[in-house]
Write a protein that binds this ligand. Structure first.
Ligand code: IMP
Length: 426
């Protein structure tokens, strides 16, 4: 392991507050790399009371000394990226020379979004509740070897040739499978070539860049997107995203070998939320859930959808700690729990009358799981300030310690508000 590097991983269904943790840590890193997902992500960072929501550009862009990399494992929506860069420029964040896009990254085409919407519509009650950002279809085409990569997008001849082959196939699916209108081939090709010429100055061999940087002594922070329970292999299949949002995706999505990966920092919210469909054993579809949503401002940063809220699930947390090899935890939004008394923690599931302490593979099994709760006293004292965990009231300290014991990793950072200064050391 290269102790100088670090990986930040979401341990739940996304929205754990990774943006803030990455922003805090990136102060000490030279390079911040996104390795999977696309504009389905929404990383919120508050700097001096100013709120930034980033979808594709790594949160490290808010630190002047950081170079940001969009790795080969990411699916890049050129329009979203251009919009995001313009938004940052308006707020005086410099981009030139600080953002690099892997030439091997896949491109999200407008027809991927059309396919995403068409498929969700066709699934009806069984829909996944995707962000409709074209993520699933873009990864589907990557694996089917019919995707367009950044190196193709910036080469007009290759881009045209690939799209001339691909668009008729996509249109056949849109029209014949989903009874949806076809996309206009000529317009799509023109759009793609235009996007390619705009992004060309930033496209490079990112794997080479990162490896050379590490060899020369620079440090890398990996910015996870989504959460481990949304991972294509380890998540609540099929109610998950289409990339490896657990730590393995950071290797295949960057080109940096495993021995260079650093310590793994797992981000856990002090309760749990989920957006979209799928099983959620500790969901509180009642006043408790509504209260958590209100206090925690639990609305999707990408889609604005209300997030489903529930009690902390230690079975899921332990599972995430295992598959990611989590070395330390960053626990977020502890302040949101202030005043809720008692607090519940799910320590096991009961499935078909049996006690289960591991995370089931099948969504139907997880949907049948009854949470086995342990109760802890809540607290009424102020949890929105302090410098270290010990500054909080004993009930809050006990709650954090219990989450760590159940998850099997120590908490090094505890976040008690959105500001950079509202952070405690464990
Ligand atoms: P997709 O990634 O848009 O295909 O959506 C698949 C599932 O992952 C849906 O349930 C989404 O709500 C969820 N999802 C995708 N990205 C995020 C994220 O960044 N935070 C939380 N949920 C997400």
């Amino acid at each position: 392991m290269n102790e100088r590097n670090a990986c930040v991983i979401g341990m739940q269904w996304g929205d754990e507050g990774k943006g803030k943790i990455i922003d805090l840590l990136s102060e000490d890193f030279d390079i911040v790399v996104r390795t999977q997902g696309g504009s389905n992500a929404g990383h919120t960072v508050v700097v001096d009371k100013e709120k930034f929501v980033l979808h594709l550009i790594p949160s490290g862009i808010l630190r002047e000394q950081v170079t940001c990399v969009i790795g080969n494992g990411v699916v890049v929506d050129p329009e979203q990226l251009t919009e995001e860069m313009a938004g940052l420029r308006e707020r005086n964040i410099e981009i030139p020379g600080r953002l690099l896009i892997s030439d091997r990254a896949q491109v999200v085409m407008p027809y991927h979004k059309a396919l995403d919407g068409a498929k969700e519509k066709a699934l009806g009650d069984r829909k996944i509740g995707t962000t409709l950002r074209g993520i699933g279809p873009a990864y589907t085409e990557k694996v089917a070897r019919t995707g367009i990569r950044m190196c193709d997008l910036i080469d007009p001849q290759v881009c045209r040739a690939r799209l001339e082959t691909q668009i008729p196939l996509v249109n056949a699916v849109l029209q014949n499978v989903y009874s949806e209108p076809p996309v206009d081939a000529a317009k799509t090709i023109d759009w793609a070539i235009r996007c390619g010429s705009e992004l060309k100055p930033m496209v490079a061999d990112a794997a080479l860049f990162i490896n050379e940087a590490v060899r020369s002594g620079q440090t890398v922070l990996f910015e996870g997107a989504q959460g481990s329970l949304l991972d294509i292999d380890f998540g609540t299949y099929p109610y998950n995203t289409s990339s490896n949002s657990s730590v393995g995706g950071m290797i295949t999505g960057s080109g940096l070998p495993p021995r260079e990966m650093g310590r793994v920092i797992g981000v856990l919210k002090a309760y749990i939320t989920r957006v979209g469909a799928g099983p959620f054993p500790t969901e509180q579809d009642d006043e408790t859930g509504a209260e958590l949503r209100k206090r925690g401002d639990e609305f999707g940063a990408t889609t604005g959808r209300p997030r489903r809220c529930g009690w902390f699930d230690a079975v899921a947390a332990r599972y995430s700690a295992m598959i990611n090899g989590v070395d330390e935890l960053a626990i977020t939004k502890l302040d949101v729990l202030q005043g809720l008394d008692p607090l519940k923690i799910c320590v096991a599931y009961e499935i078909d009358g049996r006690r289960v302490e591991s995370f089931p593979a099948q969504a139907e099994q997880l949907a049948a799981a009854q949470p086995v709760y342990e109760e802890m006293p809540g607290w009424h004292g102020d949890t929105a300030q302090g410098e270290s965990l010990a500054d909080l009231c004993p009930e809050a300290v006990a709650y954090v310690r219990r989450l760590c014991d159940l998850t099997g990793a120590p908490a090094k950072v505890i976040s008690i508000g959105s500001g950079r200064d509202q952070t405690l050391v464990g």
